[in-house]
Design a protein around this ligand. Structure first.
Ligand code: HEC
Length: 113
């Protein structure tokens, strides 16, 4: 059987996204992340709700997405004058713990009337 190419590419990308980081996600400690998040709270809040206008809300954000962004800031793939400096000091474990903490926060969205 020959799978349709575009479908297999898409499936492959999803598989990649899902399999690239499970070790970190599985080993993550949300409680440790809560402690480490003190250094993020001025801007993102301990609750992941941004406290300054230029910072994004990260509460309830997907763990894999959070780790991917933090690694991108650290590697220089994504650059920002603040976050590039912040991410430089974080280990893989720190990133996994922080992502576990922020991802564990429950958020709700209310559409406008
Ligand atoms: C002094 C303010 C400040 C601090 C402290 C800070 N951040 Fe940020 N963070 C920002 C800003 C501003 C952005 C938006 C960057 C951009 O515009 O590309 C950002 C972006 C991010 C993003 C990307 C979000 C997205 O939606 O793509 C993540 C994840 C993140 N920060 C996590 C953290 C974590 C974890 C910490 C603590 C270890 C932290 N930040 C500390 C200001 C801060």
């Amino acid at each position: 059987m020959h799978p349709i190419r575009s479908t297999s590419l898409l499936t492959g990308l999803f598989a990649l996204a899902a399999s690239a980081l499970p070790a970190e996600v599985l080993g993550a400690d949300a409680e440790a992340g809560r402690q480490k998040a003190r250094q993020c709270q001025t801007c993102h809040g301990l609750d992941g709700i941004a406290k300054i206008p230029i910072a994004p809300h990260i509460a309830g954000e997907n763990e894999i997405y959070l780790i991917t962004q933090l690694k991108a800031f650290r590697s220089g793939k994504r650059t920002h004058e603040i976050m590039s400096v912040v991410a430089e000091t974080l280990s893989d474990e720190d990133m996994a713990d922080l992502a576990a903490w922020y991802a564990s926060i429950k958020i709700t969205a209310t559409l406008p009337e």
